[in-house]
Design a protein around this ligand. Structure first.
Ligand code: R5P
Length: 384
């Protein structure tokens, strides 16, 4: 199970050995697979996966012309290979979108046998319906473009983590989606957090829509026999990237609250909810979020919230690479942040796909995921 205690060197080495042993049994062949990082900000994520799977990565070129047009190229042959193309969606989202389309075109021209897009944080997922007349639906446009690029000669699959809403899948007609989920890992993580706190805990969502996510976490084998409370905030969206928390539902007085969400963007939603929980008597609030976008003014808000003890710690995953400037600010502001690596999960999913084994068995099975993550430290972010 994922832990948060400081480990000794020998503990670290034994976890490394255990993972080596785990992945060795899949026996993947370099000659059949190509792991590609679409953008330099994703390089270290892909390197970690390549190391676990004992594979190399395929070099590419990704650059911009003076006029701003994008250019991508595969620097070696991938003919007849099963390709895993990793695309980060962080700053310059729209550049990444066009690069994704260009990479698919290049991979098809280079005769990839199969294209697997690994997009841990799917862009435009929050634009999944029309809220106003005469506006577009970003999710549908992105899906339609991927479908259009899909061809009968190549198989295109999209692997993503914690999809904003399950119905997004229906926007894709010809692209097969594998939406990996974090609920089992969170079940195991929360089990550890509440044991450590020795407290009465409440699992909470910053909005009503997130209650389904909480129900899944509470149903995991790690938590189903524990008597944990549930709470949520009622929020009203007043503008893009702006929402107002009106009230909370659930008893949080003197409780340890663990707030769960899929995205932390400007941090307004989560911090407002945390403040409301604290105002209603919560003893301590921790936040667990999958996709740490942390766009302005998220870091300032988090710094202030932690100073005022509205939020204790923020736990995110590595699905969205943090830019250097964000890392510097986290360090400068002294924000308490911990990062869960999703690379182990994704590596296992890739390996199992190659062996035609079940994927939901990996992410939907708390016992399996706890074993897979055994000894892996929930590291305090130290600016590196
Ligand atoms: C909304 O439905 C999402 O789940 C997040 O709560 C929201 O996107 C977070 O945005 P922000 O951090 O900017 O409030």
């Amino acid at each position: 199970m994922i832990g948060s205690k400081k480990s000794t060197v020998s503990k670290h080495n034994s976890t490394k050995l255990r993972l080596q042993h785990h992945f060795k049994k899949y026996d993947l062949l370099d000659s059949k697979l190509a792991l590609i990082s679409a953008h330099r900000s994703m390089d270290s994520y892909v390197q970690k996966i390549a190391q676990l799977l004992n594979l190399r990565t395929t070099p590419i070129t990704n650059k911009k012309f003076a006029c701003g047009e994008s250019y991508v190229c595969l620097n070696e042959s991938i003919r007849n290979k099963i390709v895993y193309l990793f695309v980060p969606f962080t700053y310059n989202v729209n550049s990444r979108v066009i690069e994704t389309f260009f990479f698919i075109d290049a991979l098809k021209a280079a005769e990839a046998k199969e294209i697997n897009l690994i997009i841990p944080f799917l862009p435009y997922a929050r634009q999944d319906r029309r809220n106003h007349k005469r506006e577009h639906v970003g999710t549908r446009v992105f899906a339609t473009c991927l479908d259009a690029l899909n061809g009968s000669s190549t198989k295109l699959r999209l692997i993503t983590i914690d999809l904003h809403s399950p119905q997004i899948e229906s926007a894709y007609r010809d692209t097969h989606i594998e939406p990996l989920q974090m609920f089992s890992l969170y079940g195991s993580l929360i089990e550890g957090l509440i044991k450590k706190e020795n407290d009465v805990a409440v699992i909470a969502s910053p909005d009503f829509g997130g209650v389904k996510r909480i129900e899944k976490i509470l149903a995991t084998s790690a938590l189903k026999d524990k008597s944990l409370g549930v709470a949520f905030a009622y929020k009203k969206r007043t503008a893009h990237n702006k929402s107002e928390v009106k009230t909370i539902v659930g008893d949080v007085k003197d409780k340890y609250v663990i707030l769960i969400d899929d995205i932390i963007d400007t941090a307004g939603t989560l911090i407002d909810a945390a403040r409301m929980f604290k105002d209603n008597g919560a003893k301590k609030v921790d936040i667990i979020v999958t996709h740490g976008l942390l766009n302005d003014p998220a870091l300032e808000r988090m710094r202030d919230a932690q100073k005022k003890k509205i939020v204790h710690q923020l736990i995110i995953t590595d699905t969205v690479p943090l830019s250097e400037s964000k890392k510097e600010l986290i360090s400068e502001y002294g924000i308490k942040i911990k990062i869960i690596p999703t690379t182990v999960l994704v590596a296992d999913v890739i390996a199992r796909m190659q062996r035609d084994e079940s994927l939901s068995f990996v992410y939907g099975n708390t016992k399996y995921i706890s074993e897979l993550y055994k000894g892996i430290e929930l590291k305090k972010f130290d600016g590196k």
